[in-house]
Design a protein around this ligand. Sequence first.
Ligand code: ZN
Length: 292
Amino acid sequence: MGDYIVRATAAEGQIRAFAITSRQMTEDARVHHQTSPVITAALGRLLAGAAMMGSMMKGEKDLLTVQIQCGGPAKGLTVTADASGHVKGFPSVASVELPPNAQGKLDVGGALGLGVLSVIRDLGMKEPYVGQIALQTGEIAEDLTYYFATSEQIPSAVGLGVLVDRDGSVKQAGGFILQLMPFTKDEVVSRLEQKITEIASVTEMLAAGNSPEQILEIILGEFGLEITDTLEAGFCCDCSRERISGALATLSGKDLDDIINDGEGIEVKCQFCSQAYHFSVEEIRKMRAGKA
Ligand SMILES: [Zn+2]
């Protein structure tokens, strides 16, 4: 089954909820970028989180980018999502090898280390809206929870998980985001807080074969869960020869001359999906001729 996002409400609209199964997009990202397990987990968690955050946006053309810049060996991650379930992303360093953390899990926090998480929302206004926080644990779910609380003043609970198989492929991936509306009664807040401490981790829920609907049912069943809709999701890159060519054409005349003089043309890889585009010397000459 393909990836999809479930949107729901509970407690008569006081809680809004999102859950995702994201195995395929995480596996696609792994294959595109040839990531090692800890980077597969880091990128997969961010893809799942960003896909759900993207699905909160209203406009068809709205774009959301979540970027992590950090001091750990992973150095950083960039993920972009639209409002329709499409995501794409890349790691700054594809292969990081680390021993498991104290819980015996892939050490995503150790791979990221200290750093900054930025959320850039391009809602078609003149300036994009940018929110930024210091990484709290580098485990990504906790960092997004902190982002929602401080940057958007929305009390939230975020759970994200990626299970990597022995051969390095992605066995399961997914997560949830729960958010409390401003009018939520204190009694609902405390009951939900209690519930969150009782549930298994997302990774455990995924390993047990739970769908996004079932994960929401486990957490919010007693709060009167109502599934609103589901949205297909997936890794989707919109790069094209024209777009890459446009980027090349912005190089300086001298840089273009250097490529021409090399005599072999140039291969440019899309950062997001690793698709390679080759441009011949003749094509570069035409770009050069277009410059004054
Ligand atoms: Zn691409």
